[in-house]
Design a binder for this molecule. Structure first.
Ligand code: ADP
Ligand code: MG
Length: 276
C-alpha cells in the first residue's frame, strides 16, 4: 500500500436525468482502512453513486477525487488500477469460463511487473470466492449466487486500493454472505477503501465501520452503525416499522422489520370455499 493515506472524496455530486435529479449535492469523504456500507431504499441512488465514484457515470455537477486528483483527469488504465467495481447485474455477453472472467480482473496490470503474479493472484481470488469447482464452467450457465461469487473473484483479482461492491450478497446463501463481508472487511483492514451496497441491515451493522444512508438522492445520515441505524430513522427511510435490538452476548445490532404474523397454530390455509 502507499505511504500516504488513501482518500476518496465525493464533492458536491449531482446527477440529473431528463426531468429528474437522482443525486443531489452529495458530499462524502472516505479514508483507507474502512469498510463503508451504503444503505437505503430501492431507487435511492446507491448504484448511481457507486457508478459515479467508479467514473462510469458522469456527474452533472461535482467531482470525484482519489488522493486529491479528479478521476476525469486519470487515464482509464490508471483508474482500473485504482478502483474495482462489482456491478449489480453480472452481465457477461460472451461464453467465458469462470477462470477467464476472473482473469479479466488482471487486464489493467498487463505489461507491468505485477503481471508476473497473475496466476497466483487468480488462484487466490478463486479460492477466497469459493469458485474453484466452477473454474472451467461457462459463466452464463451459473446460478445467480455462483455468478456473484465469480464476479467477486474478478474484483479481488484486480487488486485495487478502492473496492466497490453493489449488492454483492443479494443472491448468496448465509455462509457465502458472511464470507464476502469477512473478506471485504479484511481488505479494508489492509488499508483499502471498501464501499458495499447492502440491503441486509444487520449485515451492514455487523461489518461496516461506517454506514451511509441514502434516500431519494440525498445522503441523510453517515456515521458508525449504532449512531446511524436507529429504529426511528430506519422506519422513516424505509417507510416500514423497523426494530433495532442489541445481541445480549455479542453486542451486535440486530435489525428486523416488525412483523405482525399470526401464530402458526392460528394460520389456516385458504379452502376452496374461501376462494370461490
Ligand atoms: P438504487 O439505490 O436502488 O441503486 P439507482 O441508483 O439505481 O437506485 O437509481 C436511482 C433512481 O434513478 C431510480 O429511480 C432509477 O430509476 C433512476 N435512474 C437511474 N439511472 C437512470 C437513467 N439512466 N435514466 C433515468 N432514470 C435513472
Ligand atoms: Mg442499486
Amino acid at each position: 500500500m502507499t505511504m500516504t493515506p488513501l482518500t476518496l472524496e465525493v464533492e458536491n455530486l449531482t446527477i440529473d436525468v431528463p426531468g429528474r435529479r437522482i443525486l443531489d449535492a452529495v458530499n462524502l469523504t472516505f479514508t483507507g482502512g474502512k469498510l463503508i456500507a451504503l444503505v437505503g431504499p430501492n431507487g435511492a441512488g446507491k448504484s448511481t453513486l457507486l457508478g459515479a465514484i467508479a467514473g462510469d457515470r458522469h456527474p452533472t455537477h461535482g467531482r470525484i477525487l482519489i488522493n486529491g486528483v479528479d478521476i476525469t483527469k486519470r487515464k482509464l488504465v490508471d483508474l482500473a488500477r485504482e478502483r474495482s467495481v462489482l456491478v449489480q447485474e453480472n452481465r457477461i455477453s460472451f461464453p467465458f469460463t469462470v477462470h477467464e472472467v476472473v482473469e479479466m480482473g488482471r487486464s489493467p496490470w498487463q505489461g507491468t511487473e505485477q503481471e508476473d503474479n497473475d496466476e497466483k493472484v487468480i488462484d487466490k481470488a478463486i479460492e477466497i470466492a469459493d469458485v474453484g469447482h466452477l473454474r472451467t464452467r461457462n459463466f452464463q450457465s451459473l446460478s445467480g449466487g455462483e455468478k456473484a461469487r465469480a464476479a467477486f473473484a474478478r474484483v479481488l483479482a484486480q487488486q485495487t486500493p478502492i473496492i466497490m461492491l453493489d449488492e454483492p450478497t443479494a443472491a448468496l446463501d448465509i455462509k457465502h454472505q458472511e464470507a464476502v463481508l469477512k473478506q471485504a472487511l479484511a481488505e479494508a483492514l489492509n488499508g483499502k477503501i471498501v464501499v458495499v451496497v447492502l440491503h441486509d441491515l444487520t449485515l451492514a451493522a455487523s461489518y461496516a465501520h461506517e454506514v451511509v444512508v441514502v434516500d431519494r438522492g440525498h445522503v441523510v445520515a453517515q456515521g458508525v452503525p449504532a449512531d446511524v441505524m436507529t429504529s426511528q430513522r430506519l422506519t422513516d427511510i424505509y417507510q416500514y416499522p423497523i426494530s433495532v435490538f442489541t445481541h445480549p452476548e455479542t453486542g451486535e445490532l440486530i435489525i428486523l422489520p416488525q412483523r405482525a404474523c399470526p401464530p402458526l397454530s392460528t394460520r389456516s390455509p385458504h379452502t376452496e370455499k374461501d376462494t370461490k
